[in-house]
Design a protein around this ligand. Sequence first.
Ligand code: SF4
Length: 323
Amino acid sequence: MCLKPGQDPLPNVDYFKPDVKCCSYFPKLPNYLVGGLLSDNNPAMDEGRKRIREKIHKRIGITPQAVDVPKKYSVLIKLGGIKSFGKNSTLICPYFVNEGALCSIWKFRDSMCSTYFCKSVAGKQGLKFWDVFHSYLNQVQDILCWYALDSLNCDVRSIWDYVNSRQNDDLTPDDLDEIPPEEATYRDLWRDWFGREEEFYRECFHVVEALTKDEFERHAGIINKIFLKRLQDARDNVVTPKIPPVLKKNPDLKAFETPDGKVTIKTNVAFYSIQKNLFDVIGLFDGVKTTAEIQKMVHEKYGADLNEDYIHPMFFNQIIIPA
Ligand code: SF4
C-alpha cells in the first residue's frame, strides 16, 4: 500500500505513508495481554513495556479491564480516521516505533492488529474471512478479560459500569486536556489493586494462561460455537471456492507497464504488480476456452503450471471473472 522509492504513483491509488502504514489505530489492550507484555522478557519488546508503563503511570484509559483508548482519540478516529487511514501521523498508534516502522508490542497486539490485512490474495472473500476472524478474536478477547476479572474476585459490576460509562462521544474538558480521572474514582475502580496495577495485569495473564481449552469453551458457551461456525464458513469460501470452468479477463481491469518490466494491474478489489508473462497469460482467458485448456496451453508454451495458486487469487481479485 506504500509507494516504493523511485516508483511513479498510479492514477487513483490512495497510497499509505511509509511512516504510518496501517498503524493509524489505537488498540484497546485487554488486561491479560498487558500482563503478558509486562511478564515477557524479550528485549525486543522493552520499548513496548516502557510505553505501557508510561501509560499506566498517567492513568488515562487505565482500568482493570484494559489499557483503553483515550476518549479524545476515539472521537477523532471516528471523525476522520477511516478516510485518512494509513495517511495521517496524528492518529499514529502509541506503540508504533518510527525507526524501522515497527510495532513495539507485536506478540501482544490486539485482535484487530492480529487480523488486519490491507490486501488479501483471496480478494473480497479473503478480507471477509479476516473480518470474521477479527470479530471472533474480539469475542475471545472480551471473554478472557472478564474471566480474569472474575477469577481475581474483582468488583466486576462496578468495572463494567465504569467502562460502559466511557462508551460515548461526549468529551469532557478533562478528556480534551487528557487529564486522568479523579483520584477517588480511580481508587474506587482499582480497590485493593490500587498502586499495584502492573502486578494486577500480570496476574490476569497468569489466570488466562492457565485456562484449558475445555474450560474456555465452557465459559464461552454457545456464542463461541456460533462464531466458530461463521469462521469455518468464511474459510471454506476462500479454500474451496466455486469457480466456473470458463472465465474471461475482466474488461474493466486497468493495466500499467512499469519501468521494472512488470505490469501493475488494478481492479475494483485491489492492485498488484505482476510479471509480464503472467499478464500475457491473463489475456488467454477469453470467455470461450476452458481453464483446463488454458492450463494446457500455458504448460506447452512456458513449461509452467498454471495451478490454483494462480487461478484462485486472480478469480478472487476479479482479474478473471465468470464468462
Ligand atoms: S499495536 Fe502494533 S501493529 Fe497495532 S497499530 Fe500499534 S504499532 Fe501497529
